[in-house]
Every structure is written in C-alpha cells, then in structure tokens.
Design a binder for this molecule. Structure first.
Ligand code: FCB
Length: 480
C-alpha cells in the first residue's frame, strides 16, 4: 500500500544512508590516519565486544558492488559521509588517494543515475584535532571550514547536495559530556562548547560553500517530540520542556532564527555558556539553508522523577561508566510507556514521526524543505535455510514510518525525500557490530551482501511510488 500513496510529491527522493566510519573500513589505508572513533574503539571497554571500525563492511573496496546494489534496489540517492581523517589526515595536507575514493564514488553514483547526498561530518573527527582540544576548542570550527573547502574543490563540480553536520547533538553532548561516544569525554561544559562550535563550523562552512557555488546546503538534526510522562504533573512538564530546549530548540533556533532559546540559556546557566558565544557568532550560524535533514527513530517520554521501581531504563552498549548527556538537566528520566521496542530498546511509534514533521513547519515559518535523512530499526536478524532474511519487524517498521511520512505530507509538511537507515548492516558506534540496521545484510566474516525482505519491500515501495506518479502524470485531464 505504502508506495501507492497519492501523497508522494513529484521529484520525491528515495534514498538510503550510511556514514564513513560505519561502513568504509580501510581505516589505515592509502594515507588515512586515526579518527576519534578509531582511537576510542581501541581502548578496551569503550565499544561492545571490542569491535572497531578498522574493516567495517569494507565499503572502501566494495564500493562499485554496493552502488550496483543501490541501483538494483532502485534508489534515487545515496547519503554518505566523507571522512575528514581520510582526505586530510591529521588535518594536515590534502590526501590525493583519500579524495580519489570519493571521486570514484561520486562518478559511480552518477553513472548509475543515483544522486550523491554528501555529509561532511558524521562524527569522525581526526584524532589529531581532538588532541588540540577537539570540538571543545573554538579553532576546530575554522579547521572544519578549510576541510569543507577542500572537499568542495574536489567534488563540487558534481555534488549538488551538501550537509554540514549529522546529528550534532550526538557529536557534542553524547561525545563530550556523556562519554558514550568518541572522544568519550565526560565534561558538561565541553559538551556545550562542542555544540556551539559545531554550530559555528556549520555557519562558516555554509557561507564558504555557498560562495564556492554549492547549490543545495543544509544540516541534519535528530529531533524528538519530548512528551511529559504525566501531562498533569508540573515536574514532568518541566522535564519535557528541558529536553525540548536542549535537544531540539538549542539547534533549531540558532540555525533558523539566530538566537539561543531563553529557557535553554537559563537551564545551562551554571556552565557559563554565555562566554562561549562571541559577538557575531549567531549571525554566522544563521546562514540561509536550502533544506533541513531530520533524523527520527523514536520520541522521548520524559519525567522529572526517578524511574519507577522495575523500569529498567535504556540499554547500554558496554559497562563503561558514562555521565548524563543532558547538561543542566541531569535529573531527567525516560520512563517506559509500554510501546513495542526495537533491539536498541527504542520505542516503535510511527505517529511521532508524523507529528514531528507536521509541527516543524507550523513552529518555524522560515523552515526550509525537509528531508527525512535517517529512519530505520535494528532487530536481531536470522538467516533462513534458504539464505533469505525474513525481517518482518523491520518491514513493518519501514512501512509504518513511510505511512507516517505520507501522512505528514497530507497534513501540509513540505517533505521532499526519505533515506532509509541503513543501506547496509554496519558499525553501530559503541554497540559495534551487535546491532543490525541494514536493509541489506552483511555477513561480517565473508562480507557477503544479501538483500533482506525489508530491502525488497523498500524497492517495491519505491517502484510503486514512481509508477503511481507516472500514472498521475499521464492520466487524461478530465477537468471541464
Ligand atoms: C543515528 C546516527 C547513525 C546511526 C543511527 C542508528 O543517530 O546518525 O549513524 O547510528 O543513529
């Protein structure tokens, strides 16, 4: 049913996404040096099972085969990220061999009729930059601007769609304050500094890329509906407001409106956030953008009280001690609502995606067009005796969430594309290879790829959506 929705607008982009550190492998080949994830993963206890991104799913060597798979699935776009540590190892000189990989990838995609959708930063800072302070150091924003210009010099003649950051919330709060992600720091103020400096880096790179002629510029945020567990309890209502401020509005408002929300500033006042924001920063940050990427997996049910007895809380990938990533609101909790959950322990709640996409346009009149740049689910897949992967739960998740996107478009949301996370099973950060999100299975021993039932379902939905448009376009005009 999903593909035949009348909602899908002309030109709707059907894609799938990956990220460099999660799929490429070849972590120390052809001049590539450590990213923070290579470094972090080498410390025992940081990543489940001691997994590392060293080999990942060998996309670096199997890229033509993977592009052929995308073509077989009928994808219109491939969202990938560039590894800064590959193209500018140690943030030093440009690495021709590293740039050549992306050059070939882009050519291969274009040859297959697939739009390259490039992300500059999907969490893999060169380790050498971390050693000079990483994102807690303001100068990293300038380094990012130079790196962006280098990538543009190499690919700007063919790549039209540029995303500066993927989910800066994770690469700031969770990486620098929570410590679950690389570089694994547990310093609340560094989390805030990383957030502000990534905003600044986004603004600087956006104006540089615009001046260099990039056509479509944007950023991808992971946004949530933060809902009070008990809407009649002021403590829960305040907790949900705090998460909305820290998780959503501390990103949307500077980027779209050139200001930080007042309540967010109050919530983090104890960390001297104001002194991080220099005169002119907000003007730099609020560059016009052509699209906003939205990643959404689940909503957040928020309370200001301790978890009720018996509520196990969220899952942790390792026993590594971590801190709260909720800077200034460390007391918030996320009680279970009894919804079905994926293997990540994340709620399955497609209505949340519809609500989110619909409300953004109402709340931000200057909102640019939206693309769902990630959505998907991890489940513990089995390979059947016939070699197939009958991932019924992932098929159901995909169909329900595409119905939700179609519903949001019917509600008036300007959504112009959807990217499934992920094209391939891959290195799921601190979870290592333990969680599979692919619509294509990867056998980590042999690197063999097998299209799962969810991949087949997605291909069918895309085919039907295209066919429905073609029928609409060629339908006789019966109007009087
Ligand atoms: C998102 C990340 C992506 C992947 C999915 C499951 O937060 O952007 O790399 O890990 O979650």
């Amino acid at each position: 049913m999903t593909g035949s929705h009348s909602a899908w607008p002309a030109g709707f982009i059907w894609g799938a996404a990956t990220a460099a550190a999660q799929v490429e492998g070849a972590a120390h080949e052809d001049g590539k040096e450590d990213s923070i994830w290579d470094h972090f993963a080498r410390t025992p206890g940081n990543v489940a099972n001691g997994d590392t991104p060293e080999r990942a799913v060998d996309h670096y060597h199997r890229m033509p085969e993977d592009v052929a798979l995308m073509k077989q699935l009928g994808l219109g776009s491939y969202r990938f990220s560039v590894s800064w540590a590959r193209v500018k190892p140690g943030d030093g000189e440009a690495n021709r061999d590293g740039l050549a990989f992306y050059d070939h990838l882009v050519d291969e995609l274009l040859e297959a009729g697939i739009l390259p959708w490039l992300t500059l930063y999907h969490w893999d800072l060169p380790q050498a930059v971390e050693e000079t302070g990483g994102w807690a150091n303001r100068d990293t924003a300038n380094r990012f601007q130079d790196y962006a210009a280098l990538v543009h010099a190499s690919l700007g003649d063919r790549v039209t769609h540029w995303t500066t950051f993927n989910e800066p919330l994770c690469s700031s709060y969770i990486a620098y304050a929570g410590g679950e992600h690389a570089p694994g720091r547990q310093e609340p103020r560094a989390g805030l500094a990383a957030m502000h400096h990534q905003h600044l880096a986004h603004g600087l790179a956006t104006s540089t890329l615009r001046a260099l002629g990039a056509q479509q510029l944007g950023i991808t945020l992971n946004l949530t509906n933060a809902l009070p567990d008990d809407p009649s309890d002021p403590v829960d209502v305040d907790a949900a407001r705090r998460i909305d401020a820290l998780w959503n509005r501390a990103f949307l408002e500077p980027l779209l409106l050139g200001r930080y929300p007042e309540d967010f500033l109050r919530d983090v006042a104890g960390h001297d956030f104001d002194s991080l924001v220099h005169d002119g920063d907000l003007e730099t940050i609020a560059q016009p953008i052509d699209f906003l990427g939205v990643n959404h997996y689940h909503d957040d049910n928020v309370s200001g009280h301790p978890l009720p007895a018996g509520d196990p809380g969220g899952l942790s990938p390792t026993d590594k001690p971590t801190s709260s990533p909720f800077v200034g609101s460390e007391h918030v909790t996320f009680p279970s609502r009894g919804l079905p959950r994926t293997a990540m322990g994340w709620e399955v709640n497609p209505t949340g995606l519809r609500t989110l996409l619909s409300r953004l346009g109402r709340e931000y009149p200057s909102l640019p067009p939206l693309y769902v740049t990630e959505n998907g689910s991890a489940y513990d897949d089995d390979v059947s005796s016939d070699g197939a992967v009958h991932d019924v739960e992932r098929v159901a998740y995909l169909e329900a969430h595409l119905d939700a996107v179609a519903g949001a478009i019917e509600d008036g949301a300007d959504v112009r594309g959807y990217f499934a996370w992920s094209l391939l099973d891959n290195f799921e950060w601190a979870w290592g290879y333990a969680k599979r999100f692919g619509i294509v299975r990867v056998d980590y021993e042999t690197q063999e790829r097998t299209i799962k039932d969810s991949g087949l379902a997605y291909a069918r939905i895309v085919r039907e959506a295209r066919a429905a448009r073609a029928e609409t376009a060629s339908a006789p005009n019966l109007a009087p």
